[in-house]
Design a protein around this ligand. Structure first.
Ligand code: 3HC
Length: 311
């Protein structure tokens, strides 16, 4: 019987059809999805901190409204993705506790500080741009709820990227000090944005299996290359440069050659030793603890509703 179930699962995945919550699936497939979707959800929620930090200091009401809308979108993405993990049998409170206790990861990118308002533009342009490169293929991931969540999330990420680029275009037509602020932010965020795609394929412990299960549709290096090729003309149009002396067009390859991020730095950040890791987790822990009374009240109300209906 198990062989038949396995064969049916493999046939469904190979045929590009979707695996749905009620379908049989190998434990490894389920656990890989919970790991990746939970990490994605955690990243969205933690990612609210670096940008939320600038809402009260936005230079105009328009910029404040845009940033508020973006941070609110990220919260919605996180909740959407936690709902997708629950279709796999995960519990979102359990996932949050694992995040707070360092037993689950979130994207390395959110462990860097946002030092000026230009960072809001560069995060929108490069970080959300990298997210779009990484997440559009996930609209074709084999697990139905994740694929469907990605369609809506990618539409909102496009707004995120455009608002960031427009913010930078405005600053680049400003004073020299504003132009220098933009270039400084690009210098600080370029390499961490390349790290968002994960380690080089040769060091990726999950890619081969995730590709076989069609959870991932491209490798880390493929998407990183796509992001670099997409970003170079955008940087030229903006009038900024990337801090990579090896970055150049390779006619033969039909792609840009580029240098390698500092992978030691990457693994240090992933292990929790980045500039802002402790601050991000402490903030998340406090928010979880401060919200305990709301969860308790909701559970008490739900229990009362059940006992009322039972009478
Ligand atoms: N930050 C932290 N950990 C990372 C990482 C990163 N940027 N890249 C890889 N890792 C971890 C992996 O989780 C894995 O550890 P684990 O097995 O303990 O989970 C290890 O490093 C090896 O990496 P792999 O390449 O083998 O891992 P994956 O196959 O999971 O690939 C990934 C990593 C490309 C990030 C993949 O998980 C993925 O595509 N996830 C979905 C998208 C996502 O999570 N994006 C995060 C950014 S959220 C965001 O963009 C919000 C937007 O609003 C800005």
């Amino acid at each position: 019987m198990a062989d038949e179930l396995d064969l049916a699962f493999e046939r469904t995945v190979r045929s590009e059809a979707r695996i749905e919550p009620r379908d049989w699936m190998p434990d490894g497939y389920r656990n890989t999805l919970i790991r990746q979707i939970a990490q994605h959800a955690h990243s969205e929620i933690i990612g609210m901190q670096p940008e939320g930090n600038w809402i009260s200091r936005a230079p105009s009401l328009r910029r404040k409204a845009i940033l508020l809308a973006k941070v609110q979108d990220e919260a919605g993405h996180g909740l959407y993705l936690y709902s997708a993990t629950e279709t796999l049998g995960a519990d979102r409170t359990d996932l949050t506790v694992k995040l707070i206790e360092g037993r689950q990861k979130y994207s390395s990118i959110f462990n860097y500080p946002t030092l000026t308002f230009a960072d809001m533009g560069v995060i929108g342009w490069l970080v959300d741009g990298a997210a779009i490169c990484n997440q559009v293929p996930l609209c074709r991931t084999s697990y139905g709820p994740y694929a469907r969540a990605m369609i809506r999330i990618c539409k909102e990420e496009s707004f995120h990227q455009r608002q960031g680029y427009e913010l930078l275009m405005t600053m680049m037509s400003g004073t020299q000090a504003q132009r220098d602020m933009v270039q400084d932010a690009v210098n600080r965020w370029w390499w961490p944005s390349l790290m968002m795609f994960g380690p080089p394929d040769a060091e990726s412990s999950n890619t081969e299996q995730s590709m076989a299960w069609r959870i991932k549709r491209n490798t880390n290096d493929e998407l990183r290359q796509k992001f670099v090729d997409m970003s170079v003309p955008q940087a030229a149009h903006l009038g900024v440069t990337f801090p990579d002396p090896e970055l150049r067009w390779n006619e033969e390859r039909g792609h840009h050659d580029f240098g390698q991020p500092d992978w030691d730095e990457f693994w240090q950040v992933v292990k929790g030793n980045g500039v802002c890791n402790a601050q991000r987790i402490a903030h998340r822990r406090k928010a979880h603890e401060d919200g305990a009374w709301v969860r308790e009240a909701a559970e008490a109300h739900a229990a009362r509703q059940v006992s009322k209906e039972a009478k």
